[in-house]
Ligand binder design. Structure first.
Ligand SMILES: Nc1nc2c(ncn2[C@@H]2O[C@H](COP(=O)(O)OP(=O)(O)OP(=O)(O)O)[C@@H](O)[C@H]2O)c(=O)[nH]1
Length: 208
């Protein structure tokens, strides 16, 4: 029966980044637990959830890191990024500042700290249930994604729209690039937030 660990193709590390309040934790909660909480508190440091997903007949385990958007809660930045095969960059379609910050901060931070040069990026414009307050058109989001070679989807953690597909498309693209995950199988190891990883010091091992 699918779901046993020996049937898992690989474990992938996925990051969710973006400004505070754009809905990163809400997207994760919707994806992992199919829940939405109107009064979710701000993330402090990093949250971490694991979920299995079946893509094109392959079962993969996702370790999803939800990072704090607020500067004062972001203390371990390089560690978040290390070894990640995929990143979800989130903005709020009703908040232009959160869109602008992708260019000013989040993309360059990802480029600086990512240890995998071909990491797959998915841009998510969240909160499309608030159409009346929209500040960023779908077209503008799509153009920005194209410019930065990112996948793109609009979503609402509140209504579920686009959430599952955002994660699935990202994972599908990662699976299609075996160079991102293939040789971590032998030494597969999962580091949880707060644990120390020494694998880089020896020049081998992985961080997944
Ligand atoms: N209407 C609407 N509200 C949303 C949606 N997603 C999140 N929210 C609300 O937006 C607020 C912030 O959501 P969070 O998920 O905590 O945002 P975050 O990006 O994780 O914030 P930090 O943890 O501070 O980085 C909460 O009140 C959520 O209920 C959405 O799709 N639609």
């Amino acid at each position: 029966m699918a779901g046993h660990d020996d049937q898992i193709l690989t474990t992938l590390k996925i990051l969710i980044i973006g400004e505070s309040g754009v809905g990163k934790s809400s997207l994760l909660l919707r994806f992992t637990d199919d829940r939405f909480d109107q009064d979710l508190s701000a993330t402090i440091g990093v949250d971490f959830k694991v979920k299995q997903l079946e893509i094109d007949g392959n079962r993969v385990k996702l370790a999803i890191w939800d990072t704090a958007g607020q500067e004062r809660f972001r203390t371990l930045t390089p560690g978040y990024y290390r070894g990640a095969q995929g990143a979800i960059l989130v903005y709020d379609v009703c908040n232009r500042a959160s869109f602008r910050q992708l260019d000013r901060l989040w993309i360059s931070e990802l480029d600086t700290f990512s240890t995998k040069p071909n990491i797959i990026k998915m841009l998510v414009g969240n909160k499309i249930d608030q159409e009346e307050s929209r500040e960023i058109t779908r077209d503008e989001g799509a153009r920005f994604a194209r410019k930065h070679s990112m996948l793109f989807i609009e979503a609402s953690a509140r209504t579920r729209e686009g959430v599952q597909i955002a994660f699935e498309e990202l994972v599908q693209k990662i699976i299609q690039k075996p160079s991102l995950w293939e040789n971590q199988q032998k030494s597969e190891k999962t580091i949880h937030p707060g644990e120390t990883d020494h694998s880089d010091e020896s020049g081998q091992g992985c961080y997944c």
